[in-house]
Design a protein around this ligand. Structure first.
Ligand SMILES: Cc1cc2nc3c(=O)[nH]c(=O)nc-3n(C[C@H](O)[C@H](O)[C@H](O)COP(=O)(O)OP(=O)(O)OC[C@H]3O[C@@H](n4cnc5c(N)ncnc54)[C@H](O)[C@@H]3O)c2cc1C
Length: 107
């Protein structure tokens, strides 16, 4: 959904296909129903959380970082909290609140 929206913002005509009755259904189950959105660790510490060599991610994360993701949700009315281990969750504790922002953004 994020990729579809980014493509559309850059002028592409986008069709998003989903085989389930609803997009983002799986995300509602993530983080035990709370959705661990990202990590608040910065730079190399963030990259070190990836298995193997995450160095290839530097250029992508320079374009859109973990902080950009948190800002993306905050701007759309989703308050977030950072918990133990720098894990970022919706303040509501409901993955559903994260998921409902994405189809709106994609539309
Ligand atoms: C139990 C669990 C908990 C998790 N918790 C977290 C967490 O807290 N934080 C985190 O960052 N990650 C978490 N993850 C990992 C996260 O869910 C995945 O990394 C992420 O969903 C991958 O996104 P994706 O878009 O690549 O694939 P998906 O989210 O799997 O999306 C693929 C979509 O394509 C659809 N689809 C599949 N085949 C077709 C087809 N032929 N035609 C049309 N549509 C199709 C599917 O229905 C699905 O909606 C968790 C994963 C699991 C299983």
């Amino acid at each position: 959904m994020m990729a579809a929206a980014a493509a559309a913002e850059n002028g592409a005509k986008v069709t998003l296909l989903e085989k389930k009755e609803q997009v983002g259904k799986k995300l509602k189950l993530t983080g035990k129903g709370r959705c661990n959105i990202t990590s608040a660790l910065e730079g190399a510490n963030f990259i070190s959380g990836y298995a193997g060599n995450g160095r290839f991610l530097y250029s992508a994360l320079n374009q859109f970082s973990n902080q950009d993701l948190v800002n993306f949700f905050n701007k759309r009315g989703l308050a977030t909290v950072t918990e133990r281990g720098q894990r970022v969750f919706p303040a509501s504790g409901r993955a559903e609140d994260v998921v409902q922002i994405l189809p709106e953004h994609a539309k």
